[in-house]
Design a protein around this ligand. Structure first.
Ligand code: NAD
Length: 355
């Protein structure tokens, strides 16, 4: 029985919600943990990950923190069980998986399962993964064609693993206004985050905002790395320069909140203070930049800094030690490069390359 149905028809005025969560990785394990932590007594949560160890670790972790809600949590071992292995129809199923092909696979399986087991009410699929817009639109059209009363909404997030852990994520939704987001959906998103941004009425608007923002992040991060290396070449005191930038026109998230110079904001223990460990890794920045530049092409928009930035990120990610550390590490990397003739030389690996 759906949340809406219970709200509308229960004479006892009992509220209950049934949630599903798919993908318990770096982000999803925390997002699902916040849902579990805030379940009301009659609510249920069903979780699944393709890696059984991830599901098992999740269940052990959250039930040790809140044992009294153990009976409200069920680990599923197959996607169709979100339809056939639940007490009553789920109100929302959130996916947080790596790429578009995974989202398409997951939702197609759900659609098949629902078609084989028709339900009385509608389920809303939320996809918080960062994927390409055309795949998300295709999945939306599939849901609308096969299960017209159901919905599939792109709800990508910003805030990274730290935001997921703290439950302070920002959600970007393909909805025109706040008033277009149902109270039940607001409630669910507020379990996991602290901001909801309606980005436009067309499906894919949430992803469009996410990719536009992360394109800006990737480009400004590269420019910040270059600027700080220039300041270094000028023999400036980099800590003083960083403080100047923080109140000047070069101010940005990449130059201040994620300053690449160690020791400028020790109180914040930024990735730069711990060897660029943690944070938003270069590989994920590259992934989003590639998605943004590919989608721009499909929307007939030239990204003037897109191709050149993409080449730098692709090159950086060939080195595992750069790809797996915070994106501010590009500052360190640019310092390891020199130009010889028309080529760049990586002092650390002695590799010569062209961009
Ligand atoms: P992750 O690789 O840590 O986790 C993904 C999880 O999905 C894994 O546990 C994997 O086993 C599982 N999975 C893969 N295919 C699946 C399937 N078909 N069914 C069920 N589970 C499946 O990735 P992440 O860092 O948690 O990121 C997830 C998504 O969120 C990505 O699209 C990423 O770009 C986006 N994102 C990540 C961050 C970040 O800082 N890590 C920030 C914002 C958005």
């Amino acid at each position: 029985m759906s949340l809406r149905f219970v709200r509308a028809f229960s004479s006892a005025n009992v509220l209950r919600a049934n949630y599903g969560f798919i993908g318990l990785g770096q982000m999803g394990q925390h997002m699902a943990r916040h849902i579990y932590a805030q379940l009301e007594p009659l609510d249920k949560l069903y979780v699944y990950d393709t890696v059984p160890e991830a599901t098992k670790a999740f269940v052990e972790n959250v039930t040790s923190q809140k044992p009294e809600a153990k009976s409200q949590l069920t680990a599923l071992d197959l996607i169709p069980k979100f339809v056939t292995g639940v007490d009553s129809q789920l109100d929302f199923i959130v996916s947080m998986v790596p790429e578009g092909k995974h989202v398409k696979g997951v939702v197609s399986e759900l659609v098949e399962a629902y078609k084989a087991n028709p339900q009385n009410a509608a389920t809303t699929f939320l996809d918080s993964s960062t994927i390409d817009i055309p795949t998300s639109v295709e999945v939306h059209e599939l849901v609308k064609k096969e299960l017209p009363s159901f919905d599939f909404i792109d709800t990508p997030v910003s805030g990274g693993v730290a935001g997921a852990r703290k439950g302070t994520l920002s959600f970007m939704l393909s909805r025109a206004e706040h008033s277009d987001v149902s109270p039940d959906l607001v409630k669910l998103l507020n379990f996991m985050g602290s901001n909801i941004f309606p980005c436009g009425s067309r499906h894919g608007a949430g992803l469009a905002a996410k990719l536009s923002n992360n394109y800006l992040l990737a480009v400004t991060n590269l420019a910040v790395a270059d600027s700080f290396q220039l300041a270094k070449a000028f023999d400036l005191n980099l800590q003083h320069y960083a403080k100047l930038v923080a109140v000047s026109t070069g101010k940005s998230w990449a130059s201040v909140d994620n300053c690449p110079i160690p020791g400028v904001y020790p109180e914040n223990s930024l990735p730069a203070d711990v060897g660029y460990q943690g944070g938003f890794i270069t590989k994920l920045t590259k992934k989003d930049l590639v998605l943004a530049t590919d989608c721009a092409q499909q929307y007939d928009r030239a990204l003037f800094l897109g191709d050149i930035s993409k080449k730098w990120y692709l090159k950086a990610c060939e080195r595992e030690d750069l790809g797996t550390r915070d994106l501010a590490v590009l500052y360190e990397w640019l310092g390891e490069l020199r130009k010889e003739g028309g080529e760049y030389v990586d002092n650390k690996t002695s590799e010569k390359f062209d961009i």
